[in-house]
Design a protein around this ligand. Structure first.
Ligand code: MN
Length: 319
């Protein structure tokens, strides 16, 4: 799990005081394994939960972890999105992407790609040529962040957030590392610029250590385990790999790494301002009403969300 880290966490700023009420654990649920795109396995992190439970998020896929043999790595070929933002955070391996708005690039280890689909675009998300040829380990996360009705048809936008741009913090005991990708933790802010106010961070906690972090009381709060074992909340509820904890109201979030663990506890912390609007999803389109979904399908079919390079080249050949 390379992500981005430091040799000596004690050189980093601390996350800050977590005063007030520690949020209680509302539920711990387990992800299920499914195939996505052209056939790459993901853990579907919000399995069993409704949209109201995960507001303002829509989907959390843990990509891998797995090791591809040379020549076998798969991705997601050209497909559309409308009505939300996708956030792709890569821990191991890489993802190469292109979109019909001119965006594209390589998301390498520790990097984040933030794509506002807004009114719609087409994109592909594939292993790089090197990753396909050589194979290797792949581990990452894709999070879908909903947009409020007023912003669903905004212009598409793309942000490349390099691993080195992340705000790195440490725990009170100066041994854990917290990578702040977007939003605020206490006095600190991450580089991601989001339409919907959220906080997203990846923490690495050595065995037996605790993270006690201030959390905006107006935000939802969740923790998803990317590796290792530990507990959540002051009630020390056990949680392990591919499990998600949802927290209730309060001012702080607490997670602890198991004392007898042989590997660090890797936790994604996420939450945001709930949007509290109706959610109607049809695959890659997430809107507020059925009529808007019908419109999205029509706009996709008539090329209003863009045309893939292959389709565009076909037009030229036919011309
Ligand atoms: Mn996609």
């Amino acid at each position: 799990m390379p992500a981005i880290t430091v040799d000596d966490p004690s050189t980093l700023s601390r996350v800050g005081d977590a005063d007030g009420t520690v949020r209680p654990v509302v539920s711990v649920t387990s992800a299920i394994r499914q195939l996505e795109g052209a056939g790459f396995p993901v853990w579907r992190g919000f399995h069993g939960l409704g949209f109201a439970d995960i507001d303002p998020f829509l989907l959390l896929d843990e990509i891998g972890p797995l090791t591809w043999a040379p020549g076998t790595a798969k991705g997601a070929p050209w497909h559309p999105h409308r009505g939300f933002e996708t956030v792709t955070y890569v821990l191991d391996g890489d993802v190469e992407h292109h979109d019909t708005e001119g965006g594209g690039g390589l998301i390498g280890e520790g990097d984040t790609q933030w794509m506002t689909a807004g009114r719609g675009l087409l994109h592909d998300e594939l292993p790089s040529e090197r990753a396909f040829r050589e194979g290797g380990r792949q581990h990452g996360v894709q999070l879908w962040v909903n947009l409020p009705a007023a912003a669903k048809m905004t212009d598409p936008r793309y942000q490349a957030i390099g691993g080195r741009d992340l705000t790195l913090l440490t725990t009170d005991d100066s041994v854990g590392v917290v990578r702040l990708i977007a939003g605020r933790i206490g006095e600190h802010a991450g580089p991601g610029d989001t339409h919907t106010p959220i906080t997203l961070a990846h923490a690495t906690l050595p065995p037996g250590t605790e993270l006690r972090v201030p959390w905006d009381p107006t935000y939802s709060a969740m923790a998803y385990v990317l590796g290792g074992d530990g507990t959540v909340g002051d009630e020390a509820r056990p949680i392990g790999e591919h499990q998600l904890a949802r927290f209730g109201a309060g001012d702080a979030v607490v997670v602890r790494a198991a004392a007898d663990a042989s590997v660090p506890f890797e936790v994604l912390l996420l939450g945001g301002q709930p949007i509290k609007e109706p959610v109607v999803q049809y695959g890659p389109f997430v809107m507020n009403t059925e009529a808007e979904i019908d419109e999205a399908i029509r706009d996709f079919q008539t090329g209003k969300m863009g045309r893939t390079p292959a389709d565009a080249a076909g037009d030229v050949r036919r011309a």
